[in-house]
Design a protein around this ligand. Structure first.
Ligand code: WT7
Length: 654
């Protein structure tokens, strides 16, 4: 990168104060937020120590808050012991044992609920069963499961006995599963006879068998949950039915009290190069931040019905399905199936049916659901909704406004939450009863999170609207502890750039006069066009603001004169134009972007496609698009692509 700062040329002046009714009932009021912010600024460690004492039921209290002796491998609450499952379940039994913990809906519409008491009993039975199969504290257990309550039960059961789970998203291939099993040295896989999605069955057991046929010596047992009832192959001596594992087991289970630093889980996430990184999280610090943010950001109260649509295969499904909201004693919704099955109203139907009050999803889902038109959500009763959230990528102001207007009826605050697999919990977000929101901004850091923007030299960028690297200046409890088996890569990836002074998030961001952050995208998604740095997201945002565009992805293409040219892939509304029509539409869009952002941001080349290459989590595979834009051969792994067939179209005719 050159010395020049990133420049943001996206202007957004709309601001939405929280509505008075929401504020009057909110958990955190302006004065509370101010007090927390002041407390954190006055003494960072004392602040986290106080919260850790109040929020966590410790088995042995900690005496040391932060251990910096191995920085940047920070440790929190090191000499304290606790059990995460105890803190998510047992602590609620007296006051709300009969409260619904989980409402589950299957894709075929079947539903069931589990109270906190029932959930605890189920977790204990499985935990006892796992112990009986020889799983001990510190062992790795890979979960390759459909999005059912049993996925949460399995995670909690591992936590209960100190086993380290590593969830592999059910949409990943046998090869990805195998690589993760080997890297983690896992002893057991918990899977199912199949999962449901979009009317299809996902053959989880077959994929597991394939994975295990390729040198996975550490695996001793495979536990198989019956979900679909279809015929599968059970390997004698290795494979066990879930029902047999829990058969005869007691519904109480003494938790394994572990050190606060004991790894709770690994979760693999892709980096810019090489094998996915096994992000390692802790027990105490992780629990603290996920619980606190569940309460502060989602304003969870006892009568709320909270639905985070993320699969447990992603960190969001860990922090805001399996752990945070349960630690906060909430009722959560779990849905196994596609958002658009059997039609584009499914999410809204579920919200109506269970009286969802808080709804948390990803911008990609919002944009997909927008395509069905306003009539679809308008035909459902969404009056119980009181708070909306988004996560995963920058939300373009057009989608934000649609969410605000059509889903939130201009009444529900929107929390645009910035965080990462690595951060464990939400880092920046509006506090819904306090913070005025601006479309496309995740607003400010939550109290105790020391975010900043720095330039290429690592100096703070103090002037507003000057972009730079997003960094976190002080350690926080739920931060990743290391990359499993590769601490050098941990240091290299997150710390080395600025000599271990800060955690480097890998995102670029800008901050406005009011201290509101706007994420511009990953550092490697930044373009340098004629010496001007442009966030790819800004150009995309401009493109999707046009009525002819549903989705857009922008990448750089080496350019002799400009350094980089802007190459845009566009999914048009309606039929994909070809020939003359494509040329005409491209001109319209170039002019539009020119008007929105300035001539510098006009895409040099626009290619139309029916959809974009995405990972199964909905992230556009930009590296792939960059390769295509350069006209190079695709050498990267495309096995995690949702829609591999689209590659031909993207490579094809202009
Ligand atoms: C990356 C982390 C954290 C759960 C889901 C994604 C992007 C995340 C936002 C947001 C703009 C966002 C960042 C970040 N991102 N949230 N609210 N606004 N960008 O987890 O797969 O670890 O991805 O997602 O680029 O670094 P992840």
């Amino acid at each position: 990168m050159s010395e020049k700062n990133l420049e943001s040329i996206l202007h957004e002046s709309r601001s939405f104060p929280p509505n008075a009714e929401f504020t009057s009932k909110a958990r955190l009021k302006a004065a509370d937020l101010e007090a927390l912010t002041r407390e954190a600024a006055a003494d960072h460690e004392a602040y986290w120590a106080r919260l850790a004492r109040e929020e966590i039921d410790w088995h042995t209290p900690f005496t040391q808050t932060l251990d910096e002796s191995n920085a940047p491998n920070y440790r929190w609450f090191t000499d304290g012991t606790l059990n995460v499952s105890h803190n998510c379940l047992d602590v609620h039994l007296e006051a709300r044992g009969d409260k619904t913990a989980i409402i589950f809906e299957a894709e075929n519409g079947d539903s069931r609920t589990l109270s906190y008491r029932e959930l605890t009993a189920a977790v204990c039975r499985l935990a006892n069963g796992l112990r009986a199969q020889g799983i001990q504290s510190g062992d790795r257990v890979v979960l390759y499961m459909p999005m059912t309550p049993e996925a949460v039960i399995a995670m909690q059961a591992c936590a209960r006995i100190g086993a380290i789970h590593s969830v592999v998203f059910g949409g990943f291939s046998a090869k990805s599963l195998r690589d993760r099993i080997v890297d983690a040295g896992a002893k057991m896989v918990i899977t199912a006879d199949g999962g449901h999605r979009g009317g299809q069955i996902i053959a989880l057991k077959e994929a597991t068998d394939t994975a295990l046929s390729q040198e996975c010596e550490t695996i001793e047992h495979v536990v198989v949950l019956r979900c679909t009832g279809r015929d599968i192959n059970m390997v004698e001596g290795r494979d066990l039915w879930w029902s047999d594992v829990i058969d005869g087991q007691a519904d109480q289970c003494e938790p394994e009290f572990v050190n606060a630093e004991h790894p709770l889980f690994l979760l693999y996430t892709s980096g810019s190069t090489g094998m996915p990184k096994g992000i390692q999280h802790s027990s105490g610090g992780y629990l603290l931040n996920t619980k606190l943010t569940s309460k502060w950001v989602f304003d969870l109260n006892d009568d709320d019905v909270f639905w985070c649509t993320a699969d447990v295969g992603w960190v969001t499904g860990h922090s805001y399905v399996a752990y945070g909201p349960l630690a906060a004693g909430a009722t959560i919704v779990i849905y196994e199936g596609a958002p658009t099955y059997p039609d584009g109203g499914r999410f809204w139907k579920i919200c109506q049916q269970y009286g969802v009050t808080i709804f948390y999803t990803a911008p990609t889902a919002i944009r997909a659901l927008m395509r069905f038109g306003d009539e679809v959500p308008l035909s459902y009763d969404l009056s119980k909704l009181r708070l909306l959230g988004t996560v995963g990528e920058p939300i373009n102001p057009e989608a934000w406004m649609w969410y605000h207007r059509v889903i939130g009826k201009e009444r529900c605050p929107i929390v645009d939450t910035w965080w990462q697999t690595e951060t464990g919990a939400i880092m920046m977000s509006p506090i819904p009863g306090v913070t005025a929101t601006k479309p496309g901004s995740c607003t400010r850091p939550i109290p105790g999170i020391a975010a900043a923007i720095v330039d290429e030299e690592g100096e703070r960028v103090e002037a507003p609207n000057q972009g730079g690297y997003l960094v976190i200046e002080k350690p926080w409890p739920s931060m990743l502890r290391t990359i499993w088996g590769d601490n050098d890569r941990y240091i290299e990836t997150y710390w080395e750039k600025f000599n271990n002074r800060y955690y480097v998030a890998g995102d670029s961001a800008v901050c406005d006069e009011e201290g509101y952050y706007r994420i511009m995208g990953r550092i490697d998604d930044v373009l340098n066009v004629s010496g001007h740095r442009l966030g790819t997201m800004e150009v995309e945002s401009a493109l999707v603001a046009h009525e002819l565009v549903v989705e857009a992805a922008v990448v750089g293409q080496p350019h002799e004169i400009k350094g980089e040219a802007i190459f845009a892939y566009v999914v048009p509304r309606g039929a994909r134009p070809v020939g003359e029509d494509a040329v005409a539409m491209a001109k319209v869009l170039r002019d539009w972007v020119g008007e929105e952002l300035g001539a510098i941001a006009k895409p040099d080349d626009i290619r139309f496609a029916d959809n974009l290459p995405k990972t199964r989590s909905g992230k556009i595979m930009r590296r792939l698009l960059r390769t295509i834009a350069k006209g190079e051969e695709i050498t990267q792994d495309t096995s995690t692509l949702e829609n591999e067939a689209i590659l031909d179209q993207l490579r094809g005719e202009k």
